[in-house]
Design a protein around this ligand. Structure first.
Ligand SMILES: [Zn+2]
Length: 385
C-alpha cells in the first residue's frame, strides 16, 4: 500500500538518527527541514542555551490565524542495558510490525506528519499547517516551552494542536500534571551521645516527609477528577538518602519527591505548603543550633496537566477519528504545555504506549497508515474548508 510504503521510508530515515536526549538533535532537524522544503515551508528554530539542540517549527500555507499544529518530540530514550535483538537504529520489519528505537515513542508520528504533507499541500491552503518538533521531552518535557509559548503568543491562534504520543489513535483529552524535585536537608554532625548540641538532618527530613504524608491524605479526600485513575492528586517520596553512621548525628539527608496533580488543581500551591512547613516549622529549631543548617527544595521538572477542551472541538476531532468518546490517561505529555500557552490541545498518536521505552520497540504498520489518514482529514477540516 503506497501510504504505508511512504511512511515506512520516512520512519527508517528518522530512526537512523540516534537522538537520545543526551545528544544533539540538530542533524535530525536538518533532515526534517530538507524533507519539508518542497512545500514552501517557513522555518523557525528555538535553540537551547548551549546551542546543541533545538525545537523546530515548520509552517506551511498562509501566515494567517487558524489552521492546525502537529507536534512531536525528536528525542528518544537510551537503549543501553536493554536486550535488543537487532540494531535499534536500523528500522526492520517483522510481520506487521516495524522495529526500531522511537518507532512508537515517537518518530512513528513524525513519519506520519511527513507522509501526510504532500496530500495536505496538494491543494491551496486557506489556513496554515504547523509542524512543531521538540527536544528533551524524555527528560521532563523541558525543551518544548519556548516554541509552545511562541505559538501561543504569535497571534496565529491555531484551531488546535495534536500531540502525537502513542494512544492507539484514541483521543486523549485529559491527563495529570507532574511536579518533581529534590529536598536537601543540611544538619550539623557530631557524636550521637549529645544530640541537642547538633542538628540531625535525617530527623528533620522525616518531619518534612510526615507533612508530605499529611498532604497525601488531604489530596485523597480533596478534589476529584472522574475518569482518571486514581481520580485525585497524589504526592509521595520514593528515594531518600542520609546519614553516615549509627552513632554520628546525620549531617545531610536528601529525598526525591513527586506529585501528580489532577487538571485544574494548583501544583505550585502544594509546593508552597511544603516550603512553608520547612521554613516555619522545621527550620527554626535547626537554625537555633546553627544558622548554617537548613532545607532547600528544588524543582527538577514541571509538566502541566491537560484538561478537556470545549465539547464542540472535542467532537470534531472524535468524528475525524471515528471514536465515540475521549479517554483520559495517567502519563504526562507536552499537550498540557501547549494548552497552558493558549493553544487548544489533544493527544492522539499511533502505536501502543506499552511499547514505548521497551527493547525491540515496535509499532503496527497499520497504525501508521491510519494516522496519516487522520492527519489528512484534520488538515482538510482545519486548513481547507
Ligand atoms: Zn514520547
Amino acid at each position: 500500500m503506497p501510504i504505508e510504503h511512504d511512511v515506512t521510508r520516512h520512519l527508517a530515515d528518522l530512526v537512523a538518527f540516534p537522538t537520545v536526549s543526551a545528544v544533539s538533535n540538530l542533524a535530525l532537524l536538518d533532515h526534517l527541514e530538507a524533507a519539508v522544503a518542497p512545500f514552501g515551508a517557513r522555518i523557525r528554530r528555538f535553540p537551547n542555551a548551549e546551542g546543541d539542540k533545538a525545537s523546530l517549527l515548520v509552517s506551511i500555507g498562509p501566515e494567517t490565524k487558524g489552521g492546525v499544529v502537529f507536534s512531536g518530540h525528536t528525542d528518544v530514550v537510551p537503549t543501553a542495558g536493554q536486550a535488543w535483538t537487532g540494531d535499534p537504529w536500523t528500522l526492520r520489519r517483522e510481520g506487521p510490525r516495524l522495529i526500531g528505537r522511537g518507532a512508537t515513542d515517537m518518530k512513528g508520528f513524525l513519519a506520519c506528519c511527513l507522509s501526510a504533507l504532500p496530500e495536505i499541500a496538494a491543494r491551496p491552503l486557506k489556513r496554515p499547517v504547523h509542524l512543531a518538533f521538540s527536544y528533551d521531552e524524555e527528560v521532563g518535557c523541558t525543551g518544548v516551552g519556548a516554541m509552545a509559548d511562541w505559538v501561543g503568543a504569535s497571534g496565529l491562534a491555531p484551531r488546535l494542536a495534536i500531540i502525537g504520543e502513542a494512544t492507539s489513535l484514541d483521543l486523549v483529552s485529559a491527563h495529570k500534571g507532574g511536579l518533581i524535585g529534590w529536598a536537601r536537608v543540611r544538619g550539623k554532625p557530631g557524636h550521637s551521645s549529645q544530640p541537642d548540641r547538633y542538628v540531625n538532618a535525617v530527623m528533620a527530613a522525616a518531619e518534612l516527609v510526615s507533612e508530605i504524608n499529611r498532604i497525601r491524605a488531604d489530596m485523597r479526600n480533596g478534589p476529584q477528577f472522574e475518569g482518571l485513575d486514581p481520580p485525585y492528586s497524589t504526592i509521595q517520596v520514593n528515594q531518600i538518602k542520609g546519614g553516615l553512621h549509627g552513632n554520628i548525628v546525620a549531617e545531610s539527608c536528601d529525598f526525591f519527591w513527586e506529585m501528580r496533580i489532577i487538571p485544574g488543581e494548583d501544583d505550585l500551591a502544594v509546593l508552597d505548603r511544603i516550603r512553608r512547613y520547612a521554613s516555619e516549622v522545621v527550620e527554626p529549631a535547626m537554625k537555633a543550633v546553627d544558622p548554617d543548617c537548613g532545607i532547600a527544595i528544588d524543582v527538577q521538572a514541571r509538566i502541566p496537566g491537560l484538561k478537556p477542551e470545549a465539547d464542540a472541538l472535542t467532537r470534531q476531532v472524535l468524528d475525524l477519528l471515528d471514536r465515540p468518546a475521549p479517554r483520559y490517561v495517567s502519563y504526562g505529555t507536552e499537550a498540557g504545555i501547549f494548552q497552558l500557552a493558549g493553544t487548544p490541545s489533544f493527544v492522539v498518536g499511533p502505536g501502543d504506549i506499552a511499547d514505548a521505552h521497551q527493547p525491540d520497540e515496535g509499532i503496527e504498520i497499520g497504525q501508521l497508515g491510519k494516522c496519516v489518514v487522520f492527519l489528512n482529514r484534520l488538515g482538510e477540516s482545519c486548513c481547507h474548508d
